[in-house]
Design a protein around this ligand. Structure first.
Ligand code: KG4
Ligand code: ZN
Length: 338
């Protein structure tokens, strides 16, 4: 089954063509980082406008790269939730128009279900059930994955997402957007012990819940007191800030993997591209005896191959969306009952 995937929930316009949920024939991403960089974050209206300009060329590029025609597509999968509503609508309307003119089946995909599917495009995917740490610009959750499209959220952030902590921290330091990439790079030559930052909600009673807003405030206080350092000082500050985020994510993941008796752990979402997090989780897994699965960095950040992979499992089960499929800006994953 050949699936065309479309993704436009935030600031990446993406289209991909994937065979049987695993073979990626084309994976095209048009990033809008240049559009939003000077604002230090995504401006929703500018995102919608850039998606409108990019979406048709991106779909055409995906078809060209795959050497495929629309006739050879067996189904269309599109992110319809959650995300910026104006941004989501561009991909969604494009997918609906394509489904209507070609008569091909259409399915809507939850953006986080997409992130969870990225690792299944790799040669050695995790077995079911497994634990997933989802860390992106908008979400930070620990999730039990029972099967494709069958997940239970065990806990999530109460305030900022991990990616937001990176982005807001970088903005405060005048480093531009997206902040995660810049901090990751600077941190690689810094001393993670140089500055002490708080590590919130790490006790056992806090379960799988996270909080990152205090960390950002703490960085603000540090900068107010000492100013923004340059050179090695900046690298040390970035390394310390990144280490605080990574330590919380790793501690929680270890504890919940043990509690849920899950021996396979995947990490996905943009922050899973972070080199410090990748290394720390792999080390924790080796120590505790759980196996760690992380997509390559380019499949951690937003892309449409993951949406096509997730959509494939829905299409195979016979799921079909009508042309009344709507964009839903906020759609939490099913939660574990306390
Ligand atoms: O999954 P994603 O592309 O979009 C959302 O669904 O939000 O994640 C974007 C987030 C941004 O906050 C960005 O700063 C962060 O992922 N990110 C990183 C790295 N690359 C992207 N954070 C830390 N280290 C990185 N290398
Ligand atoms: Zn994402």
């Amino acid at each position: 089954m050949r699936v065309l995937g479309l993704e436009s929930s935030c600031d990446e316009t993406a289209a991909a063509i994937v065979d049987d949920g695993v073979v990626v024939l084309a994976d095209v991403v048009a990033s809008q980082h240049d559009v939003h960089a000077k604002y230090g974050g995504v401006v929703p209206e500018l995102a919608s406008r850039a998606h409108i300009l990019n979406v048709v060329p991106v779909v055409q590029a995906a078809l060209d790269r795959a050497g495929s025609t629309l006739d050879e597509i067996d189904g269309i999968a599109v992110t319809n939730a959650p995300g910026l509503v104006g941004a989501l609508l561009v991909g969604l309307q494009t997918a609906k128009a394509l489904a209507w003119v070609t008569g091909k089946p259409l399915v809507g995909v939850h953006h986080l279900e997409g992130h969870l599917s990225a690792v299944f495009l790799e040669p050695d995917p995790p077995p079911m059930p497994h634990l997933a740490l989802i860390v992106s610009g908008g979400h930070t959750s620990l999730v039990r994955v029972n099967a494709h499209a069958d997940v239970i959220e065990l806990g999530a952030t109460r305030d900022d997402a991990a990616g937001e902590a990176f982005d807001k921290g970088a903005k405060l330091l005048g480093l531009g957007y997206p902040g995660g990439v810049v901090i990751d790079k600077l941190a690689s030559t810094g001393d993670p012990k140089a500055v002490k930052f708080p590590k919130a909600m790490t006790t056992a009673e806090t379960g799988a819940e996270f909080s990152f807003s205090g960390l950002k405030t703490s960085l603000l206080h540090h900068v107010r007191k000492h100013g923004v350092p340059e050179g090695q000082g900046l690298a040390d500050l970035c390394a310390s800030y990144q280490a605080a985020i990574v330590e919380v994510l790793v501690r929680k993941t270890r504890r919940i993997a043990r509690r849920e008796r899950l021996e396979h752990v995947q990490v996905c979402g943009g922050v899973a591209a972070n080199s410090g997090l990748r290394a720390a989780l792999r080390a924790a897994g080796a120590e505790d005896g759980f196996k760690v699965y992380i997509p390559p960095p380019g499949r951690c950040t937003d892309n449409a191959a993951m949406i096509a992979a997730a959509g494939y499992h829905r299409l195979v089960r016979g799921e079909r969306a009508g042309l009344d499929l709507d964009a839903v800006p906020s759609l939490p994953l099913p939660r574990q009952q306390a």
